[in-house]
Write a protein that binds this ligand. Sequence first.
Ligand code: DUC
Ligand code: ZN
Ligand code: ZN
Length: 452
Amino acid sequence: MIKNGKIVTATDIFKADIGINNGKVEALGKFDGTESIDAEGKLILPGGIDVHTHLDMPFMGTTSSDDFETGTIAAAFGGTTSIIDFVVQPAGETLSNSLSIWEAKAKRSCIDYGFHMAMTDINDSTIEEMGEMVERGITSFKLFMAYKEYMCDDSSILKVLEKAKDLSALVMVHAENGEMIDLTTKKLLSQGKTGARYHQYAHPAIAEEEAVGRAIALAELISTPIYIVHLSCAGALEMVRRARARGVKVFAETCPQYLLLDVKKYEDPFEPSKYVMSPPLRERWNLDVLWRGLSSGDLQVVSTDHAPFFMRQKEMGKKNFSKIPNGVPGIETRIPLMYSEGVRRGRISLNQLVEICSTAPAKLMGMPQKGMIAPGSDADLVIFDPDKEVTLSHENLHQRTDYTPYEGMSVVGYPVKVIANGELLVDNGEFVGEKKRGKFIRREPCNIAGGR
Ligand code: DUC
Ligand code: ZN
Ligand code: ZN
């Protein structure tokens, strides 16, 4: 039982005790009992859901540095109790074998997890396999419109959209125009512009805006929903906004890095490679536009795109920015940053924080048991101290990497106890949960997107 806390959902804020039984919320009300946690003065939020992580992912000649154990412990410290990680189909592999590789990695997970299937090789047989994936609880498929080794042309995207429509599955896209990026990268390198700071010019906003517009048009043609991952700039958001206004079922997420950091980071004289991610950081004026997109509902989700690397891995691109493993760590800092920078600064409401970080991800990704505090829902709960001040540093975070892009930044508001399926995982700075306890979330077709 959790007593005296202030419960926050996507729609309400109210004081009630929470009775927990068998990993589920049993009742909300006023109860007596001995086995209880006192949450007086604290907020109680539904456990965070991060629908975009890359744990133990082979990528750009190396592997992301958090595995499912370290990454999910870090997630729990930051108030995230479920993730959806991307299975990335290795070239020539079947979807089923690709899934087996990720199932083996995910046995180490300490929180519940689902998978999206990132298809890199579209052919009759992988299209056919999509049905089996949906039956196995993988109800979303991601396509890359950039990265030479993974990217899909429009005809492949259309085939996947058509099959996804039949299956009521959701198609997600990494929307950047890969040809524009490739051409620009080659030009920059041939001019001797090889340093990490040039990454931003190789990934111009127009390449994202074009790809977002095209992805939406393809989905509109097929009349099936589409989800844009890690949207980073105002032009791309404008594409989403316009499409939504004409009734297209387009959904989009952004990430804390695009809401809080800007291109100035590439002027870091020592280590600009820390900030090499795709899409890259944008000009500062975009940030307010993204915050407004969240507040208005044109952006529905904040995920992290957690793709951590050590600085020594980033060094692989010392002589050529296009070889720097793309990605930043963020699985642990999402909710504290969104509370401190979003709610406390009046950019989003407390209910919106819950909506964006938990409730909408659960609905869009087909997890009706998650993202809520209500009788029958999973007892995934964050006891959050709205006044706790923490200075973010890789030294006090738990992500397995040697930097955070938020080094030295002070946040106010932090999880103090984190409960998943009724089990206490984090208690005042200690991980007290059992390891490898996470269970696979067999997801349903998404219900906001509505399938057909
Ligand atoms: N972008 C990143 O920055 N890292 C991982 C994959 C991606 O699309
Ligand atoms: Zn991506
Ligand atoms: Zn990603």
